[in-house]
Design a protein. Structure first.
Length: 353
């Protein structure tokens, strides 16, 4: 085990990542990949995720107080499992601890941050706070270290919808974002209204497979205007349609809603690829696991002649491997974070252009 050092630029070995930003308690151990320490990516030696879906399902969404309490109850066991899976049950050879510092639920973030700091202090290794949004960008790098730069990244989750030009690790330009509901938030709200359960994304994706995506002509807000997104009106249109047509099949409503969301996401991504001349396209975030979005993104990439990088489902949803990978890169380039680092529920993606 290495002693902590304040100097950015030195190399690091295995990093323990911790993720507690919302409703998943996760820990993972990541070692340097083929590119060596400081290069993007890494080898995932373990990745343990304890989901709280069953806990929050009766409420149709995440209850912050319950989420924070569940993180406290599960933290030690999840970390122990991740260390054991990686062959380091006592933290042997862990050279740094990384944890999500924001954005997210403040109570949930504090659990992971406090635990990570305690482990770093007890092992006498550096601690690094990680931006959750940047961690999602590193998820693909664990499976494809060289995406082909610059890349257009569509980051879609329950709390965010961002279109980013990524020039390389740590170098980002924001092209567009949602002006109201995130895509994942719209999925959850529509699923709850249709009585499909929580989480809404997988539920709608499943039922939409048997529905008619052309049954209802839902609006495609801002589809021909810039790079920003808006999904609040689409959600309202679904509600009003079902109120007028209570006999409508839920599968048809779900399929038509999903078609509208994916049409907008793909159209904006296509515009970004053309405008930037990017060499690749990548999905990130929980909604990146959506089957229709993955299929349409792959078709778009094929049409434009650029590679598409679609993270595995395990790398789309919240996990600690991506936190460890982002933390390792930040540690090499920026050095450790101060132990006084606070949770920041509104943390923004760090932009360089």
């Amino acid at each position: 085990m290495s002693s902590a050092g304040p100097v950015a630029g030195r190399t690091w070995g295995a990093v323990l990542g911790i993720e507690t930003s919302c409703d998943e308690t996760a820990a993972a151990v990541v070692e340097p990949g083929p590119g060596g320490p400081g290069a993007p990516g890494g080898r995932v030696r373990s990745s343990v995720v304890s989901s709280q879906i069953e806990l929050h399902a009766p409420y149709g969404g995440v209850v912050p107080e319950l989420a924070g309490r569940a993180h406290i109850e599960r933290f030690s066991q999840v970390v122990a499992e991740a260390l054991a899976e990686a062959g380091r049950p006592g933290g042997e050879d862990i050279e740094a601890v990384a944890a999500t510092s924001g954005p997210g639920l403040v109570g949930a973030l504090l659990v992971g941050l406090s635990g990570a700091k305690a482990l770093a202090m007890s092992w006498d290794v550096p601690f690094v706070g990680v931006n959750h949004l940047e961690a999602h960008l590193f998820a693909s790098l664990l499976e494809a270290p060289d995406l082909g730069w610059p890349a257009v990244v569509l980051l879609v989750s329950g709390g965010h919808t961002l279109l980013i030009e990524m020039f390389g690790p740590g170098r980002y330009r924001l092209l567009g974002q949602t002006i109201d509901d995130a895509a994942g938030e719209a999925y959850d709200k529509v699923a709850r209204y249709l009585g499909l359960g929580y989480p809404g994304g997988p539920a709608i994706d499943r039922i939409a497979a048997s529905g008619d995506p052309e049954a209802f002509a839902f609006p495609r807000a801002l589809i021909d205007d810039g790079f920003d997104f808006s999904f609040s009106g689409l959600k309202t249109a679904v509600v009003r349609t079902v109120e007028r047509r209570p006999e409508a099949e839920s599968a048809d409503v779900a399929a038509s809603f999903q078609a509208a969301v994916v049409d907008v996401l793909v159209a904006k991504t296509a515009r970004a690829l053309t405008a930037t001349g990017a060499r690749s396209v990548c999905l990130a975030g929980g909604v990146a696991a959506n089957s229709a979005l993955r299929r349409r993104t792959a078709e778009l990439a094929d049409r434009l002649g650029v590679p598409a990088y679609l993270p595995s489902p395990a790398m789309c949803t919240d996990n600690a491997a991506m936190v460890a990978a982002a933390g390792a890169w930040r540690l090499v380039h920026d050095g450790p974070s101060p132990m006084a680092l606070a949770a920041d529920p509104g943390l923004l993606l760090p932009l360089t252009a």
